[in-house]
Design a protein around this ligand. Structure first.
Ligand code: M6R
Length: 620
């Protein structure tokens, strides 16, 4: 969850590192720190609790003169071990202050390592697991077989570490070299002219180069001005995967918007179009990587979708489509629960793992569990080459572009679209849909970017509503069929952005308990199904709305244009375009995103960086 960047080259390292941290702050914002090697043997470190801005102010106070070197590294933290205070901020140093380390992940055996160091009279300066790595690397570098060998010292320590980690290490004696290593946490190398970068995410260096190399599991890289070298943790040469980043700097910047999230909401039509592009060719749905044969797809007798948060909600939407199109049972599981409840999996099970980042620890572990049980795994992911797609048998990339706002918006819509493609690919392989039916479904999907654009052109009304209900204590969300996951997503957005109590319910459950929550003035958002496409459910929901209105709730109804039956029951009516039933979440979610963002803004919260959260949850 933390963001890491390292640089060796010809530019002032501090500027490169701070620029990189700015673009990675979405990964964690509890504290930030930098280390710069000045070339004359000094390793200068500054770190500060809170946002990156605090660190920058601190640097201005102490003076940036000491940070004039062209090699350095930085870190933005999401706290795991130890409170978010200055002394727990990275970089951490060894006792001699000659070795500095930044770390992402969790060193699971840190208690034993710490005890070993303390028994050796090493005094710990922080409460973190990460600091142990600095002391161990220092010891490896100053004694024993690896003495004086920087990469070998890091590799030797990596072999002892358990858990997930990305480490970037500097040693004052070697001012032109940075060593980085990874296990189950992301690390990419940026390849420039006379300069090299290491980072958790390409966003950190996209301003300088789009040529990147993705490190594999248990690999280590040494970067210098002139090149980079990848090995495994035993020092043997290893293959890493070069790639060119297919988006540019503007995609990682706000482009005139107040927040990334607002920009990302606006980018949804494009994100959807990009996700669909190229996936229907020669009359067939095409995935990006497919190492599962059509015969295996035909043999599938059960589908699990595993995911977390918004990605999980996209899976709940997919269930309706996949069951309908493929006549296959689909279970949607919270990835964090999946492997702990002994799910019934075998070769005929297809597990669809949905993750924007591709590095969510719970989802990754669910994938690993599924593969151990011989199930086939198909990843739906927004991040090229991330760990989850790497460990899967097939991959469908969403092409939503970088999503920086912590709250998922465009990635969520892209996941819904991609999940539908997975459903169509299965239906096509299994023959539960004729080719012309698959083509028709795809054409309907292709019409969705324009429908989402239409919703976006009408959201001023939603913003106004958001300002008017911003002081409510709670908001409830109701939906049925595919509107139910939309209600869950609307509630999640409001919780994470506005820190308000919000719950999503299947409207049919109302009378089984939640109606007791209804009180005078409580805003209740209802996602209406189409009066034509789902007439029976529509009339049941109209009854539900009238029941809650009779009990004093303030009804906010999201309904298809021209749905006049619902108008008398809506204190606020938000109209969305009429689209095929299964595709409605792509339009009905958008007002809920805008509503949550506007309520959060009105309450004075940072929409991009909600408290206690981080974009990628790389720890369980
Ligand atoms: O990167 P992933 O899609 O695996 O992330 C899953 C969730 O952590 C994520 O969707 C989270 O719930 C978002 N903050 C929701 O807005």
């Amino acid at each position: 969850m933390c963001g890491i960047v390292g640089y060796v080259g010809h530019r002032p390292a501090l500027d490169v590192v701070i620029g990189g941290l700015r673009r990675m702050e979405y990964r964690g914002y509890d504290s930030a720190g930098v280390a710069v090697l000045d070339g004359a043997g000094a390793l200068n470190v500054e770190r500060k609790a809170g946002r990156l801005a605090n660190l920058e102010t601190q640097l201005d106070t102490v003076g940036r003169g000491a940070f004039a070197g062209t090699a350095g590294m930085g870190h933005t933290r999401w706290a795991t071990h130890g409170a978010p205070v200055d002394r727990n901020s990275h970089p951490h140093r060894d006792a001699s202050q000659r070795v500095a380390v930044v770390h992402n992940g969790i060193i699971e055996n840190f208690a034993a390592l710490r005890a070993e160091l303390e028994a050796d009279n090493v005094e710990m300066a922080s409460d973190t697991d990460s600091e142990t790595a600095a002391h161990l690397i220092s010891r490896a570098y100053t004694e024993g077989d690896t003495k004086g060998d920087f990469p070998a010292s890091v590799a030797a320590v990596c072999r002892r570490l358990e858990g997930a980690f990305t480490l970037v290490v500097t040693i004052a004696d070697q001012p032109d070299t940075i060593v980085a290593a990874r296990r189950s946490s992301p690390l990419v190398v940026g390849v420039g002219e006379g300069e090299h970068f290491v980072a958790s995410d390409v966003a950190a260096f996209i301003e300088h180069t789009r040529e990147a190399v993705e490190l594999g599991q248990d690999q280590l890289v040494v970067i210098t001005r002139g090149g980079y070298e990848v090995t495994d943790f035993h020092g043997d040469a290893a293959q890493a995967k070069p790639f060119t980043v297919d988006w540019d700097l503007s995609a990682a910047e706000k482009g005139g918007h107040e927040y990334f999230m607002l920009k990302e909401i606006d980018e949804q039509p494009e994100a959807l179009a990009n996700t669909l592009r190229g996936h229907f060719d020669g009359g067939r749905i095409i995935l990006d990587e497919q190492r599962i044969s059509d015969q295996d797809l035909r043999d599938v007798d059960k589908v699990f979708v595993v995911a977390c948060g918004s990605a999980y909600h996209s899976g709940l939407v997919a269930k309706y489509a996949i069951e309908h199109w493929c006549r296959l049972p689909v279970e949607v599981e919270l990835a964090s629960e999946f492997r702990y409840r002994d799910p019934v999996l075998d070769r005929a099970t297809l597990v669809v793992a949905v993750s924007q980042s591709g590095e969510t620890a719970d989802t990754l572990e669910a994938v690993r569990h599924a593969r151990e049980q011989k199930a086939r795994v198909l990843a739906v992911c927004n991040t090229n080459g991330a760990q989850i797609p790497r460990e899967s048998d097939a991959v469908l990339y969403t092409h939503a572009g970088p999503e920086i706002g912590v709250a998922s918006t465009k990635a969520f819509l892209a996941q819904i679209a991609a999940n539908y493609l997975v459903g169509l690919a299965l239906a096509q392989a299994r023959g539960t849909k004729y080719p012309d039916e698959v083509a028709r479904e795809f054409a309907e999907l292709e019409a969705m970017p324009a429908a989402v654009q239409k919703v976006l052109s009408t959201v001023d009304q939603v913003r106004d509503l958001g300002r008017r209900i911003a002081d409510s204590k709670a908001v409830l969300f109701l939906g049925r069929h595919v509107g139910f996951p939309v209600a869950l997503e609307g509630a999640l957005k409001l919780k994470e952005l506005a820190y308000m109590h919000a719950e999503g319910f299947a409207a049919g459950e109302l009378k089984h308990g939640p109606i007791a929550l209804i009180e005078e003035g409580l805003p209740v958002v209802v996602v209406m199904p189409s009066p034509k496409g789902r007439a029976v459910l529509h009339s049941k929901l109209v009854s539900n709305i009238s029941e809650i209105q009779a009990r004093g709730a303030r009804t906010i109804v999201i309904a298809e244009e021209g749905d006049e039956t619902v108008r008398p029951f809506a204190d606020e009516l938000i109209e969305i375009p009429a689209v095929p039933t299964l595709l409605q979440p792509l339009v009905s979610t958008v007002p809920l995103q805008v509503l949550a963002a506007e309520i959060a803004r009105t309450r004075g919260y940072d929409v991009d960086k909600p408290r206690n959260l981080a974009k990628s949850v790389t720890v369980e």
